[in-house]
Design a protein around this ligand. Structure first.
Ligand code: GLN
Length: 277
């Protein structure tokens, strides 16, 4: 029988040898997840012998992590905007960078009807519903499996959101004050150069945006006027090099007050514009 300390040490070395960048942190999080312990429990009981069953469960997760399955798919959760979201391989793992998108929307979302396109785990619209005093919240996705995750998240977090199965606007009814989206935006050819965690495990559907990387922005912007009130806002998360192209598309569609916002790394991350009154 091994102790917590021995298990952790072996796991760290194994992850390091397997080329996992945050080996120490990941070994710890998986230990905490399997045994339900926190740092204090660990230090008080580090020489405690643990059950073989649990040790085996831990080792299996470590092996999966060593094969580059993202940590969050193993623990099943990711924090976003201070809320805990359930995730699985049907949804993109919520990114800290996307919090900027939510923060920008929060500045204007009070009492507004908000539509989130390509909702995935639901992290954006659920955060807005929880934190934004909004009037109405709708999330759409083309993946039924993703919508199941989003619905579970809304239920767990006590957020009132309608989730609709829809290929972009196909099944959307009504008109909104704010439309927000973090659509797929990676160029097909760039997907192969992403980390194995992303390219081999996160849903391609949530990443791949054709040869230009811009297809979803274009499709949304082309149709958005029917679904956005005049005076309403359209917000996008974008890739670091897409600010110019997406701003131009918004301009061509008649949007005004177009703005590009930078994330914490100083890279363009959010674009928004207003539909004139
Ligand atoms: N809206 C979700 C997120 O921001 C999913 C995005 C996507 O699938 N491209 O995490």
């Amino acid at each position: 029988m091994s102790t917590y300390k021995e298990l952790l040490q072996t796991a760290r070395e194994f992850l390091k040898k397997s080329g996992i960048a945050d080996a120490d942190i990941d070994a710890w999080y998986l230990l905490a997840h399997v045994f339900g312990i926190n740092r204090a429990d660990f230090f008080m009981h580090e020489n405690k012998k643990v059950s073989e069953d649990k040790a085996l469960e831990y080792k299996k997760l470590i092996e999966k992590r060593a094969s580059h399955v993202p940590l969050q798919y193993l623990t099943g959760v990711q924090e976003f905007m201070g809320l805990e979201f359930e995730v699985d391989e049907n949804v993109l793992i919520p990114r800290q960078d996307t919090e900027l998108l939510v923060e920008e929307v929060l500045k204007v979302s009070k009492d507004k009807a908000v539509l989130d396109m390509c909702t995935g785990s639901g992290c954006i619209i659920i955060s807005l519903a929880k934190l934004g005093n909004i009037k109405e919240a709708v999330g759409i996705d083309i993946s039924r499996e993703a919508l199941k995750v989003a619905k579970r998240n809304a239920y767990r977090l006590g957020a009132e959101v309608d989730f609709i199965y829809s290929d972009l606007f196909d099944n959307v009814e009504g008109v909104f004050d704010i439309i927000v989206s973090n659509p797929p935006y990676i160029k097909t050819e760039e997907i192969l150069s992403l980390m194995p965690e992303v390219k081999d495990h996160e849903p391609k559907l949530a990443l791949d945006a054709g040869a230009s990387g811009l297809v979803y922005y274009k499709r949304i912007i082309d149709e958005v006027n029917r679904f956005l009130n005049s005076g309403g806002y359209l917000f996008f998360e974008i890739g670091y090099d897409q600010g110019g192209a997406v701003s131009k598309m918004l301009e061509e569609q008649g949007f005004i007050d177009i703005n590009v916002k930078k994330d914490l790394s100083g890279l363009d991350r959010v674009v928004y514009g207003k539909r004139p009154i």
